[in-house]
Design a protein around this ligand. Structure first.
Ligand code: NAG
Ligand code: NAG
Ligand code: NAG
Ligand code: NAG
Ligand code: NAG
Ligand code: NAG
Ligand code: NAG
Ligand code: NAG
Ligand code: NAG
Ligand code: NAG
Ligand code: NAG
Length: 520
């Protein structure tokens, strides 16, 4: 008999709780005030509403549940609860002793103690400033919806986090509130994450007053008010489209350059008519170095995606080698010009080109070998974060990220030395040219100036182009790539045009000599 009474009592009790948190009550304007024992039944009523009419009355449900939680009565310092779609934490706070609050949560645990929640997916940090306008004891409510059914948008981790202080509206915090979402899965490269709050007045997501900070595996929202927050994921079509355009442009730029340079080399090999002087041979060597550079740069990104270590190391090594070769041949161009004009070195002409080749192809080989000797695994995958595409990374085969010092010394250092050398050589040449102005013939002078312009043009093109590609922006940054492609293709075209002019001259002079011979 007692047992029956007890069971009856429990049923009555349970019904009373259901009654307070009945669906009609939640959806109408009745304001239930509940004891903590009924929170669970309120939460399951909310679950039911979400399941039945996803999103239709989201703001009403959120609003009512928040009021209930703000006004729940309990003994002790805090309570927590969880249900299918909800997890919450209500704590009593006293403005006198309040020193900020941190709450950690995942989908089945919530606590203000970091250690109590393993693998938390959300961390909330509330500044103590929130209680400046509050006099008596109050409650801080944390409530998380573990679904995006209510809001019909893709949100990170399917989590919507709400925080409020009983009967107080908190806005324009000087020290912002931090809500950190730890990503369960990495973001898709084609998605953009934005911290937003649920704007009750418009029933829409709004990002005003919230800052989005993307970091490794987490997204931090800094917001200057309190309400319901989430990280919205929207397709970043722009970024994807940009990436496509950029890849295409890079392909075209390198392609044009490669084609022009290859044609030049083939024509040079096939054509015996043109004057095969030292300048031509040096230009041809530079062209060959540039062909190598483009050849190893063009497919680099695609091949890097195979993640084959052997292949990647080889590619990285060759790319670095050909880059250094190009720089070295640039320096040789300047040196040669200096020698042509100033004739200070009496190098045996038969060995001159051989010696230059030894330097031009040998010195980079020495540098690369040294690098391998010092750090065996210096070459490999290099990750280049792209800020433009919101931290989707580009991988390429080059000097790996672990050896950044080496990367800078072996590239910027080398380039700087070559650049300084070129500047010095060209400077000396120009000074020399000025001083011999009166003595030399105007034709000779014009030729010298033409040479200087050629080499200046090539130097600046080479330096800027590959400087851009490798040091300042990383291969695929937005403005960098546009510049790079234009300059790179210009360089190839430039050498090609120079070669065509040379051939024209050669055929003209041979033609004139032909006519001359027939005359005689
Ligand atoms: C909070 O609950 C008390 C009773 O405990 C009630 O008098 C009061 O009206 C409630 N306030 C709100 C805002 O619901
Ligand atoms: C709080 O504690 C008092 C006495 O300790 C008790 O009568 C009351 O039922 C408790 N209330 C709740 C909600 O637990
Ligand atoms: C609620 O808090 C208690 C201790 O305060 C803890 O043991 C329990 O796991 C918590 N429940 C949830 C759902 O976080
Ligand atoms: C937390 O995550 C680690 C790995 O990330 C996993 O091994 C561990 O089981 C997780 N713990 C819980 C309680 O989920
Ligand atoms: C939120 O983060 C910012 C910047 O890291 C910090 O200045 C601020 O104190 C943090 N706020 C809280 C409540 O921890
Ligand atoms: C406190 O009240 C003042 C004046 O009403 C307001 O400007 C300020 O934003 C409030 N502080 C907080 C944290 O809401
Ligand atoms: C977002 O909220 C701000 C401040 O509450 C408001 O001024 C703005 O109009 C809102 N934007 C939209 C699109 O609703
Ligand atoms: C984003 O990429 C994933 C695959 O990586 C694809 O399933 C999804 O449909 C893409 N989303 C958009 C909006 O393009
Ligand atoms: C990156 O994200 C920000 C917002 O977080 C957005 O304003 C910007 O347009 C995005 N950039 C790209 C290239 O998608
Ligand atoms: C990488 O490629 C080389 C040949 O290019 C092949 O021999 C090797 O098995 C590949 N390694 C992996 C891990 O695929
Ligand atoms: C991009 O690279 C950075 C730093 O190397 C790394 O922390 C981050 O996780 C990478 N992002 C992606 C999407 O791979």
């Amino acid at each position: 008999m007692w047992l029956v009474m007890f069971i009856l009592l429990m049923v009555v009790n349970a019904n009373e709780g259901e009654g307070i948190c009945k669906e009609e009550n939640l959806l109408n304007d009745v304001m239930p005030s509940v004891d903590k024992d009924y929170i669970d039944s309120c939460a399951s009523t909310v679950d039911g509403i979400i399941d039945k009419s996803a999103g239709v009355r989201s703001h009403m449900i959120i609003d009512k549940m928040e009021k209930i939680l703000e006004n729940v009565t309990f003994n002790g310092s805090h309570i927590n609860f969880t249900s299918k779609y909800l997890i919450g934490h209500v704590s009593k706070v006293d403005p006198v002793h309040f020193d900020g609050l941190e709450i950690y949560a995942n989908s089945d645990k919530v606590s203000s103690d970091h250690g109590a929640v393993l693998n938390s997916t959300v961390r909330l940090a509330v500044p103590k400033e929130i209680l400046t306008n509050v006099t008596g004891k109050t409650t801080v409510v944390f409530c998380m919806y573990k679904t995006n059914k209510l809001f019909k948008k893709t949100v990170v981790n399917d989590q919507v986090v709400g925080v409020s202080v009983s009967q107080t509206k908190i806005a324009s915090l000087a020290n912002p509130m931090n809500i950190t979402f730890f990503l369960k899965q990495p973001l898709n490269p084609n998605e953009t994450a934005t911290c937003v709050f649920w704007d009750v007045s418009t029933s829409k997501w709004n990002s005003s007053g919230c800052k989005t900070i993307l970091a490794d595996g987490q997204i931090r929202c800094q917001c200057n008010h309190m309400t319901y927050f989430a990280v919205l994921l929207s397709p970043s079509a722009v970024s994807e489209a940009h990436l496509k355009i950029l890849s295409t442009i890079s392909f075209i730029g390198c392609g044009i350059s490669l084609a022009c340079l290859t044609i030049t080399l083939v024509m040079y090999a096939a054509c015996r008519k043109i004057s095969n002087d030292h300048s031509t041979q040096i230009h041809i060597n530079l062209a060959a170095a540039l062909v190598l550079l483009n050849l190893f740069f063009l497919p680099n990104e695609d091949l890097a995606s195979f993640k084959n270590n052997t292949l990647c190391r080889f590619l990285a090594l060759m790319l670095h080698y050909s880059l250094l070769c190009s720089f070295t041949w640039m320096g040789i161009e300047a040196f040669h010009l200096y020698r042509l004009l100033c004739k200070v070195f009496n190098i045996n002409t038969s060995r001159y080109i051989l010696k230059l080749c030894l330097v031009g192809w040998g010195l980079p080989a020495v540098v690369v070998s040294l690098i391998i000797a010092i750090k065996k695994d210096a070459y490999g995958l290099r990750i280049i974060p792209m800020k433009e595409a919101n931290y989707t990374n580009v991988t390429m085969c080059y000097i790996t990220n672990e050896y950044n010092t080496l990367y800078y010394i072996a590239n910027i250092g080398y380039l700087a030395v070559v650049f300084a050398f070129n500047t010095f050589m060209l400077g000396v040449t120009v000074v020399k040219l000025m001083s011999i102005r009166s003595t030399s013939s105007p034709i000779e002078k014009r030729r010298a100036w033409k040479d200087i312009c050629t080499i200046l043009g090539l130097s600046s093109l080479l330096g800027t182009t590959w400087g851009l590609a490798f040091f300042t922006f990383g291969p695929l940054s937005l403005p960098g790539l546009y510049f790079f492609c234009v300059l790179n293709s210009l360089q190839g075209v430039f050498i090609f045009l120079w070669f065509c002019a040379l051939r024209q001259k050669a055929s003209k002079s041979s033609a004139s000599s032909d006519t001359h011979s027939t005359k005689t």
